[in-house]
Design a protein around this ligand. Structure first.
Ligand SMILES: Cc1ncc(COP(=O)(O)O)c(C=O)c1O
Length: 421
């Protein structure tokens, strides 16, 4: 059945009525003038892709940022392909099972399947939003497991040692989806570089973006050489294809944006850190909502997730009625996505609970303190009203089926206004 949203024309979706007063994200990459000097270098070099000079410099800066040698980092077209090729470079057995949390973005299971694996979703520890390494180590089906993919939730730091140990003890390759951990993994930062490969996304929505791009960090030079080969048709230093690789290179233009992004990184990080601190302080004041674990503990990311208390069922709708956009970045968990509904899975009670109650609040580089305060006040109102059971928390009449999206929004806004009077 066609939903009202699916039936809305792009024009309707672009209507001012649809535009929230405070969007949930507003990515900001280096501006044209900051990239221009690097573009001029490309013009002068006549070298546009295939491991050019800017590519080499950008890779070197990433390595320095993460505190590893330049040959421990490999650029890749995006993190999804990076994860896929990382699994392949780890020699996973096609058709084997890959354990991974359902509490992640769909790119993680997509990469496992693209690497020829079958997915088995596992649950997370509600305290860390990650699978518990001791519980995974104690599984009685490890003989059947071809790979394990671990996800740093939204860039959160975690102890990599138990995963490295598990991999070494069992021989099962572990690949770390560190898509949002660009800052957390910095030299001296709270997420140490593991022995297992770590894959970072440089997508525009990430804290450090180049549009589309990714990077893989691994201390094992031989592994990284296998990985590099897979990103470039199986070639490495010659035109002899020694592995069925694909084209997953980053061009000089991507590298140019990366170099410009490094020029502005210190200032950008300071702004992200200030936003993080303000949210932490303002939302912590009343303690009504939970924050993502370890949020604000010496790392920055591009998202800000809260967990509603269980008695606050419609917090996101209340914020929407105030013109504040939110987004459930990981939806209801990957196992609820039609593409992955048939995957094997353990019982997932913690994932189900987190997925129901977690939502991303507005968070972007140029957000003002006033905007952060407005969001925090609205969050407090949403929880407080629920607890009092006042008029705002009474169930609203459902919108008639098939009502156009624009009309539904107008109705929601009007209802919220009249309730506030
Ligand atoms: C947890 C996670 N893994 C993988 C990816 C995929 O990254 P990319 O868009 O660079 O392919 C994302 C992107 O948001 C992500 O959040």
């Amino acid at each position: 059945m066609k939903t009202a949203a699916a039936g809305a024309s792009p024009r309707a979706l672009a209507s001012p009525l649809m535009a929230p007063l405070i969007p949930v994200a507003k990515p900001k990459l280096p501006v044209a003038s900051a990239i221009l000097p690097y573009l001029k270098e490309i013009d002068a070099n006549h070298w546009y892709t295939n491991h050019g000079l800017l590519w080499l410099r950008f890779q070197g800066l990433l390595a320095e940022h993460w505190g590893v040698e330049s040959n421990n980092v490999a650029l890749v077209a995006n993190a999804t392909i990076g994860l896929t090729l990382a699994l392949r470079a780890s020699g996973v057995r096609p058709g084997g099972l890959c354990l991974l949390p359902s509490w992640t973005f769909v790119a993680s299971p997509a990469a496992a399947i693209a690497a020829g694996l079958r997915v088995r979703f596992i649950d997370v520890d509600p305290a860390t939003w990650m699978p518990d390494p001791a519980a995974v180590a104690a599984r009685d089906d490890l003989d059947e497991i071809a790979a394990i993919m671990i996800v740093s939730p939204f860039g959160m730091p975690f102890d990599v040692r138990p995963w490295d140990e598990l991999s070494e003890r069992t021989g099962i390759p572990v690949v770390i989806d560190a898509a949002a951990a660009f800052d957390t993994m910095r030299a001296g930062g709270p997420l140490a570089i593991a022995r297992s490969p770590m894959v970072v996304s440089l997508h525009a929505t990430k804290v450090f973006g180049i549009g589309e791009g990714g990077a893989v960090v691994c201390r094992d030079g031989e592994w990284l050489e296998r990985f590099r080969r897979l990103t470039t048709f199986g070639f490495l230093g010659s035109r002899v294809s020694t592995a069925p690789g694909i084209n997953a290179k980053v061009s000089e233009y991507g590298a140019a944006i990366g170099l410009a992004a490094f020029d502005g990184w210190t200032a950008a990080r300071a702004r992200f850190a200030a936003l993080t601190e303000r949210y932490r302080r303002r939302l912590g004041e009343r303690g009504a909502v939970g924050l993502q674990p370890r949020f604000g503990e010496g790392w920055v990311t591009s998202t800000m997730n809260i967990v509603w208390p269980s008695d606050c069922q419609d917090g996101a709708a209340r914020l929407a009625a105030e013109g504040i956009a939110t987004l459930a970045w990981w939806g209801q968990g990957c196992h609820r996505q039609p593409a992955y509904a048939d995957c094997l899975r353990d019982p997932l009670p913690a994932t189900e609970d987190l997925a129901q109650r977690t939502v991303g609040l507005p968070f972007w580089l140029d957000m003002t303190p006033t905007q952060v305060d407005a969001v925090c006040d609205a969050v407090h109102r949403a929880c407080g009203a629920e607890a009092r059971g006042d008029a705002a928390s009474r169930p609203r009449a459902a919108a008639p089926a098939g009502m156009p999206v624009r009309a539904q929004i107008a109705r929601a806004v009007a209802a919220a206004r009249s309730e506030r009077r």
